[in-house]
Design a protein. Structure first.
Length: 120
């Protein structure tokens, strides 16, 4: 799932269309790959450029909560830009993301119940 910050980052670096799809597919194909940041479930994956797309490697920051929850694409930028989070920022990020999986599951369950009621 693309977050607004991810979409803004993609636009900022000119990542769109087939190249954007290729980057997302690379993360989705192997979400365990990439460097773990010091926040549970948050990883950074470097994706090399395609022959016809971007000229530099692309770094994607994403949240992998659990196998039953989609990957949340948090940010994207050209490689070379360091992601340095302070201890306070890591704590804030961890707190904000800690409830994402539960909220997703709750919302998904309510949608399933709603769809079942429509079929009855």
């Amino acid at each position: 799932m693309e977050t607004p910050t991810f979409a803004e980052g993609a636009e900022k670096i000119g990542l769109r269309g087939d190249e954007l799809d290729r980057v997302i597919d690379a993360v989705a194909a192997d979400p365990a790959r990439g460097d773990e940041l010091k926040v549970d479930g948050v990883r950074c994956r470097r994706v090399p450029p395609s022959e016809s797309g971007m000229e530099a490697d692309i770094d994607v920051v994403f949240f992998l909560a659990a196998p039953d929850v989609p990957i949340f694409l948090l940010d994207v930028y050209l490689s070379g830009e360091e992601v340095m989070l302070s201890r306070q920022e890591r704590l804030e990020m961890s707190k904000a993301l800690s409830s994402v999986a539960d909220a997703y599951r709750t919302n998904a369950r309510s949608k399933v119940v709603e769809l079942r009621k429509r079929k009855e």
